[in-house]
Design a protein around this ligand. Sequence first.
Ligand SMILES: *Cc1c(COP(=O)(O)O)cnc(C)c1O
Length: 415
Amino acid sequence: MTTSPLALHGGAPVRTRPFPSWPIFDATDEARVLAALRSGKWGRLAGDQVAEFERRFAAMHGCAHAIAVVNGTVSLRIALMAAGLQAGDEVIVPTYTFLSTATAVVEANAVPVFVDVDLDTFNIDPTQVEAAITPRTRAIIPVHFAGQPADMDAILAIASRHGLFVLEDAAHAHGATWRDRPCGSIGHVGSFSFQSSKNLTSGEGGIITTNDAALAESCRSIHNCGRVPGGVWYEHHVISGNYRLGELQGALLNSQLDRLEAQTATRDANGDYLAARLSSLPGLHPQARPSWCTRHSRHLFMLRLDAAAFGAPRSAVLEALQAEGVPAVGGYGYPLPDQPLFRNKAFGPYLPDRDRLDYTRVACPNSRLICAEQAIWLDQSTMLGSRADIDDIAAAFEKVHAHRDALSPHASAGR
Ligand SMILES: *Cc1c(COP(=O)(O)O)cnc(C)c1O
């Protein structure tokens, strides 16, 4: 074990080289985007790039249908609208996820009902879902958090008992599998994002996946101004909008998709290796991997830090890791119900009968603990490097642990 002081205190950092940057592209992406540019067909209604991408993405994700849209937030809302949600219907969502999982529900004029996550998997806790069901519950949105499939056995069983619509938020889960079935093909419908940070990106973008032909047709209509197959151009059948993805993004996604399989395999293997290395340190709890997770897409490598067992608080550990050259961050500052938006029910024109709702009373102790004290995230691109890269990450954690006493609140006086 190195005896060099922490980089934070003037020692040599474990790592000075950067981790793989994101996005990754080369001449094949340039050629594909340039060809789309030169074709002059920049909208999907004229070109064939988005249509080709939809076919390929659907096939890779075990689905007969996919509808590309402008981002992974409207994809959620369109799927909810296609499911026939009515004003005031309730939709169960996890407390620990990105904002959109819940705001897409509000923007469908429906009520998000929050359920806490499991402390080991960071996914929605199915044992708490049933208690959240009321006569108004219509749907559930499991998030495959960090790229690890949620407990779909339990969720599908609950959904079938109560007749709920299952929308998978697979924004982290491109290429991930649950019992060898691709995420996005397990519930009634799946939703993915191609925003800049995501495992497959065109800067912005999203897609809806499903094996249900009627749902697919409805999503396609809602994403295209309410037009219907065989209808005339200025004929609009349902409330909708223009959420179509453009051809330049479609072209870029087609070339990026060629890399997804290999990148996912690399992230998955590196993530497992890092989890094994970190588990041997006291107080570090990498996201537990249940047997149903047959492929983890590692959008995030996530772990919990138990400060008492590790011997230093998270803020100090993150600062020390960053100084060692490891870009670890703490992630979300609050569970969603604690966001000002929900505290104040700042829903604009949506949910006019919101007086009956009170998001200050949501019990989500696990999410609060994770947000306030325990979560550590590494983003997906840090999982794309070599085994030596991962060894450096592990070495940085080991070094910070070895020097934990220098990080305690009482140590600074001596420096
Ligand atoms: C990124 C993300 C979204 C939204 O995707 P955008 O393309 O940014 O709109 C939805 N859910 C989760 C869990 C996400 O991480």
